[in-house]
Design a protein around this ligand. Structure first.
Ligand SMILES: Cc1cc2nc3c(=O)[nH]c(=O)nc-3n(C[C@H](O)[C@H](O)[C@H](O)COP(=O)(O)OP(=O)(O)OC[C@H]3O[C@@H](n4cnc5c(N)ncnc54)[C@H](O)[C@@H]3O)c2cc1C
Length: 1015
């Protein structure tokens, strides 16, 4: 963290911000826009905080030096005109001066037009759809700001959180980066049953986090917190930086790899199959998975302008394909997609391939930056990484993996290889950025650039202007701060004037298939340092050509003014003036050394594949030449620029690389199978990272996806516990829980310590099902009982770590259920016998009549009959009011047991122990509990029915053990004794004294556990 600014520096900063966005007097200023200075919105305060917290120290020193220099020149007390003069003098004096002034100018306008009035993006504090939480400058831009609150949606992926100062993990494949390329490879490898670990430097966000606020989006979802210049200041780089990478923020234009590029890659670079049906197949598969479709490619005003202009000029324009799920598409929300999609319809890598990977058992760690790739005997040996959570806690990770995929994007993958000293001399060379520019047209009608899918018209007339190179023209998404920052600032008045035209502006952008290249190097600390100059003649010609055509298309579409931005000047054409003369003037402007603003959203080729070792980093399969087992899995593997939006190509290429990797991984596994430790079924191994305790590498092999468990605590209103139980047993269980996919069992317990507390544990085939239930069924269930509750239900997600009960089986592997000495060995045979005997009993007409009537009276009785068949109680005479059609006693403790309709069996008791393990010791704790359950007093303990040990998914150090007992006596005996024998064993791993809670089992679907009436 940098030092605070002193008072003089703060005063200069305020004056500087108010020079870029000044308070000006105009005769007609109804919204106060002209009178409002940057500091009225607190821009100087936010900028001071950013300087302190976010700016790297060398840059900070230069920027603060500039403030000191301005102070010495009397900047604070100078007039607006004098201040503007001083700034232009400094900008012309040196490149550093220009960079410093440029930094403050861009940041000031970004904040002045991007900050919500209340800058805290908190759904409880920002009021949507009202002037509060809006930026007052949005009114003049006609920008509505956020249109809806984030939905309350749970995350579908549970990432894994490392603990302690250092950890060692094991995987078959470690994927660095979770963007377009990395996500595809992770999913394919995990689907093959390999243990996959994905490391992502950014955070994990979903719809519930997305506020439709631009600055929040940049900070959390974009690479380096938003548009960031190359080290030489020539190009503004846009890229993704959270789980899902660029696909999380991109504009969803799905373009297949141009045929001429495919031919070039096959012919010149030796990439076999990319010009054949094989690669078509990969692209088809990608388009299917991300739902590329035209239904959602609505034309908003901006896209219509380009389409109309192209049609008038006879230029080839096409409606795009967009990766929105048509079922979830909402045009009003689509325009905010660069700041995170609230609808859940955008088919990002996070929502598609990464989710697939996760469901196949891949483990994902976010806030985790790969520092370097480890090499042993010339082969990949793993990755060294640093996990750093947002609160500053750090864990050093060593991942042992024989296959490593570099998929950090074209700006970061080369830096990773360079830090690791691998990849050869071409790493970082050949950086293509598909540089782009923009031309603005001012129309008579408002254009509303934020409405609808942003990019739905492609102008493809100029994709090959000669030699296979050319440019693509499209429409960008809208962000108020971003628009303000790309409009050149000449002086305070001119910039404000431009902002008043924003509602009427359509922006046309283009990007080149660049022939020339830049480079990614690393600084002394190993950070990526990209540089790029548009020095190739073909590229310069195409850039100028593109600007000329954008002007022509605007004119044809009816623009009344057309504006071209230079670094600090705007060239303007007005209808009636000579168009070709204007185009000539634009084409004559200097183009290099930052003379014209250039933007790149497509960085490529920095670790490219190819057959020639002198001009490539990876071989034609994507594997490094010098270190086998290291694969290039992202856009950096492309041999050349594409001249098209790259997402589909990167994903299809990753499909291809994954299929090449599969063969190698198989061979490698074979080799390991012969080694000392037995091979394991990998997808769970990645998951066992869930339980990856202090030293995962020392942990035994896992052999089954752990079951999931939802523990829900319900505090009822006084006297309402029984009614809640009734509803759970009679409505929630049969209608909501039991039909849910993946459901195994439910146990509802009634607290003996607090008569208003019910705790239910449901078991699911895997954590995914448990999670899925949370997003629908849980809410439905809560709806039925909410009026009887004193507080909202608290849900705690768990995996089943070990279990004596064969239906709720524990995670196989170290804490194996088979390691519990259990009374359940003959359960299956017993059950079969019971069913047989029950069936014979049912042949008795009286019994059959009784049962059928029972079922007709309450369908839940069907379930109870099944249970009684299993437990052998079908013959039991009924109690109660008598008669064949006894309806189940609804409560107390009604539940499934009461629903059985027979005599309420003796109540079962449950002990719930909450145990906090020392960091990383949860796995050891599970083992100890599993191993100790049989002791003392015989195997098993007298009266012990079952034990289920759960490991929290929210807190990896939390273990909850629930034991079930025949009667209260056994339970009490256990309670008195456990702290002796079990407590002693746990001394080394416990972080705090265990918390015990006593229950009766009120309802359950597990015959052995029963669901008794209450004591
Ligand atoms: C604003 C914008 C709009 C775009 N619009 C489109 C569009 O409409 N259509 C289209 O086809 N393309 C579009 N793109 C481009 C497309 O999204 C990218 O080309 C693509 O996502 C790049 O994929 P990748 O796998 O190379 O890297 P990325 O998707 O960038 O993923 C790399 C990931 O790796 C992580 N990472 C980096 N270094 C490390 C490290 N050391 N350790 C761990 N993690 C690391 C990063 O945080 C990032 O999440 C757009 C891009 C942007 C920025």
């Amino acid at each position: 963290m940098n030092a605070e600014l002193n008072e003089t520096q703060r005063a200069v900063l305020r004056a500087l911000c108010d020079t870029f966005v000044p308070s000006l007097k105009v005769s007609n200023d109804p919204s106060g826009f002209w009178a409002r200075a940057a500091s009225d919105l607190g821009v100087d305060c936010v900028l001071a905080r950013n300087l302190k917290e976010d700016v790297p120290p060398p840059l900070y020193n230069g920027l603060v030096g500039l403030l000191d220099g301005l102070a010495a020149k009397g900047f604070v007390n100078a007039s607006q005109a004098r201040r503007e003069g001083l700034l232009s003098q400094i900008a012309r004096s040196s490149p550093q001066g220009a960079q410093g002034v440029g930094f403050y100018q861009k940041q000031t306008v970004l904040l002045a037009y991007g900050l919500p009035e209340n800058p805290v993006p908190d759904r409880n504090m920002v009021t949507y759809g009202s002037p509060k939480g809006q930026n007052p400058n949005w009114e003049v831009m006609n920008y509505p700001g956020p249109v809806s609150v984030p939905p309350d949606k749970p995350k579908q992926i549970q990432t894994w959180t490392p603990t302690g100062d250092s950890q060692t993990l094991e995987a078959d494949v470690c994927v660095v980066g979770s963007g377009a390329g990395g996500a595809v490879i992770a999913s394919r490898m995990a689907a093959r049953g390999l243990r996959v670990l994905v490391l992502e430097a950014g955070g994990h966000y979903n719809a519930a986090d997305f506020h439709q606020l631009e600055l929040w989006g940049y900070k959390h979802l974009w690479y380096k917190g938003g548009a960031t210049p190359t080290a030489d200041g020539n190009v503004l780089l846009l890229a993704g930086g959270s789980l899902g990478g660029g696909t999380e923020i991109n504009w969803m234009n799905c373009v297949r790899t141009p045929p001429l590029v495919r031919e070039d890659w096959a012919r010149q670079y030796g990439l076999q199959g990319v010009d054949t049906a094989e690669f078509d197949g990969y692209q088809d598969e990608v388009e299917r998975r991300i739902q590329a479709n035209q239904q959602t490619a609505y034309w908003n005003a901006q896209n219509l302008r380009m389409r109309e202009g192209c049609q008038k000029l006879g230029y080839l324009s096409k409606q795009t394909f967009v990766n929105w799920d048509p079922k979830l598409f909402q045009p009003l929300m689509a325009g905010y997609t660069g700041f995170g999609d609230q609808t859940g319809g955008k088919q990002t890598a996070r929502r598609t391939y990464l989710l697939d990977a996760y469901r196949s058992g891949a483990q994902i760690i976010v806030h985790c930056r790969a520092e370097r790739i480890l090499v042993a005997q010339g082969r990949a040996a793993g990755v060294e990484a640093t996990y750093a959570d947002p609160r500053g806690r750090r864990t050093k990770l060593t991942i042992r993996a024989p296959q490593v995929v570099a998929a950090g994007g074209s700006l970061e993958s080369p830096a990773l290889l360079l830090r690791s000293g691998i990849g050869g001399p071409n790493v970082g060379k050949y950086l293509r950025v598909q540089p782009g520019g923009a031309v603005y047209g001012v129309y008579e009608e408002k254009q509303k650039g934020w409405w609808g899918s942003p990019m739905t018209t492609n102008c493809e007339q100029f994709t090959n202007t000669g030699g296979g190179f050319g440019f693509y023209m499209e429409i960008p998404a809208f962000g108020p701060g971003f628009v303000a920052s790309v409009i050149p600032w000449v002086n305070g008045r001119q910039h404000k004037e431009m902002m008043t035209k924003v509602p009427y502006i359509s922006t046309f952008i283009w990007f080149l298939r660049d022939k020339g290249s830049g480079r990614v190097a690393v600084d002394a600390a190993g950070n990526s340092m990209p540089t790029y100059q548009l020095s190739d003649e073909t590229d310069q010609k195409n850039f100028r050509h593109a600007a000329s055509e954008a002007i022509r298309i605007h004119e044809a579409a009816g623009a009344r003014e057309i504006m071209v931005s230079l670094a600090s000047q705007q060239l303007i054409w007005k209808r009636g003036q000579n168009l070709e003369g204007f185009i000539k003037n634009v084409a004559a402007q200097p183009i290099i050394n930052g003379a014209q603003p250039m933007i790149s959203a497509h960085q490529l080729c920095t670790c490219r594949m190819g057959k020639d070792p002198d001009t490539s980093v990876a071989d034609t399969n994507g594997e490094l030449r010098d270190v086998k087992g290291v694969w290039i899995g992202d856009g950096s593997a492309c041999p050349t620029a594409l001249g098209a939006n790259p997402m589909v190509t990167i994903m299809a290429l990753a499909e291809r690389t994954a299929s090449k990797m599969a063969g190698a991984a198989q061979q490698n596994r074979g080799a390991r199978a012969g080694a000392a430790s037995p091979p394991r079924r990998e997808s769970e191994a990645a998951r066992s990272g869930q339980a990856a305790s202090a030293d995962n590498s020392a942990r035994g092999p896992a052999a089954g996806v752990p079951e999931g468990a939802n523990l829900i605590e319900l505090d009822t209103r006084p006297g309402q516990a029984e009614r809640v139980l009734q509803i759970i047993s009679g409505q929630v269980l049969p209608n909501i829980i039991r039909p849910a996919a993946g459901f195994i069992d439910l146990i509802v317990m009634h607290s003996l310590d607090d008569p208003h507390r019910l705790t239910s544990v449901s078991f699911w085939e895997n954590p995914e099902y448990a999670e899925r239930f949370q997003s629908g069924g849980f809410l439905q269930s809560t709806e039925l009982i909410k009026d009887l509750l004193a507080a909202p239900p608290r849900r705690l997600p768990y995996t089943v770590a070990a279990s004596l009960n064969r239906r709720a089986r524990g995670r196989a592997g170290a804490p194996s259920p088979d390691r519990f000495p259990g009374p359940d060995a003959n359960a299956i045979t017993d059950a079969a016998g019971n069913v047989l005997r029950g069936m014979v009993e049912l042949m008795n007409p009286a019994t059959m009549l009784r049962e059928m009537t029972g079922i007709m009276t309450n369908p839940l009785n069907m379930f109870s009959l099944g249970q009684r068949l299993l437990t052998g109680s079908v013959r039991q005479p009924r109690q109660g009011r008598g008669g064949a059609a006894d309806t189940p006693r609804p409560s107390p403790g009604g539940g499934a047991a009461a629903a059985r309709g027979g005599a309420a069996p003796a109540p079962r008791f449950a002990d719930l122990l909450e145990l906090d393990a020392r960091p990383g010791q949860a796995g050891a704790m599970v083992d100890i509990i599993a191993g100790s359950t049989g002791r003392p007093g015989g195997r098993p303990n007298d009266g012990l029915i079952d034990v289920v040990v759960l490991q929290s998914m929210a807190d990896p150090n939390r273990v909850t053990a629930i034991s079930f007992w025949e009667n209260r006596e056994s339970s009490t005996r256990f309670d008195a004794g456990w702290s002796g024998w079990l407590g002693d064993s746990l001394t080394g791993v416990l972080a705090a004294p265990p918390r015990r809670r006593a229950y009766t089992v009120a309802a359950s679907t597990i015959p052995s556990i029963g669901g008794s009436g209450r004591q």
